[in-house]
Write a protein that binds this ligand. Sequence first.
Ligand code: ATP
Length: 290
Amino acid sequence: MRVVATAPAKINLTLDMVGRREDGYHLVRTVLQGLSLRESVTVWEEKEPGVRLSVVGAAVPADERNTAWKAAAVFRRETGHALPGLGIRVHKRVPVGAGLAGGSADAAAVLAALDRLAGTHLRTDELCGLGAQVGADVPFCLLGGTAVGTGTGTILSPLPDLPDCWVAVAKPPESISTAEAYRRIDGAPDLPVSRSAAMEAAVCSGDLTAVGRELSNAFDAVTALSGVEEIKRVMRAHRTLGCQMTGSGSAVFGLFDDRADAERCVQALRVRWADAFLCRPDPAGARVEG
Ligand code: ATP
């Protein structure tokens, strides 16, 4: 049996640093939104023992360093389902190193696919527990929709869906690792004032204009990646309700209530940046397709 599963990329509507754990991990408060830009994986049993992983669409390592591989290893270890021979094909659509959680979406999709393949019928919270062992964004990619993330981002509280809107996303070529982005946070004299509570209120009241106004991201304020401000200028010229970098970058998103504005914006972005997408908020988390 071949199982195809998909999982959403995410954007951070807010991303505040609220403290440090004793082990040095940053504690955050973030409002996350899943996008219709989704990763897709195909998983099947193989006769030969071991994991055979292939990745289509991006140059990322297809071995034990890959989040899809890590998710399979965690699933086998924690559920006791040996699945001795496993084939995994990852179809990447989400740009790498973008702050869009593409690697986390791959891991989430693999967990959803293996749950079906092995017939384990795990609850979402159980899958999230496995996902958190792979990466902080994996539980959100499993859950999807709109949610507040606390702790290292893995403790999730769902929020109401965003009102219907369009999301333009573009990634400039330059990006930095999440570890380097946190180093820049640690070296910054000031971070933006937390806007997560105001954002949560805006989401709960279904006020898209307020959502656009309350966008904030501590990384956006300190990383100064080249291309980010130019992308924002294009988005503002097309009447975005608000735009900013997602996660540790370098992708930038802009919210639009008008479809034609959003389409024209993405066309204008594509002239300069190949990684430009028109998306919508997606209420669905990782799921098996077909
Ligand atoms: P996040 O918002 O979760 O930090 P990101 O968009 O910044 O996500 P990814 O593209 O998910 O970052 O991952 C970037 C790094 O992870 C790269 O160094 C890449 O080699 C490694 N990686 C491992 N597995 C994957 C995968 N399945 N897809 C993409 N990158 C992967």
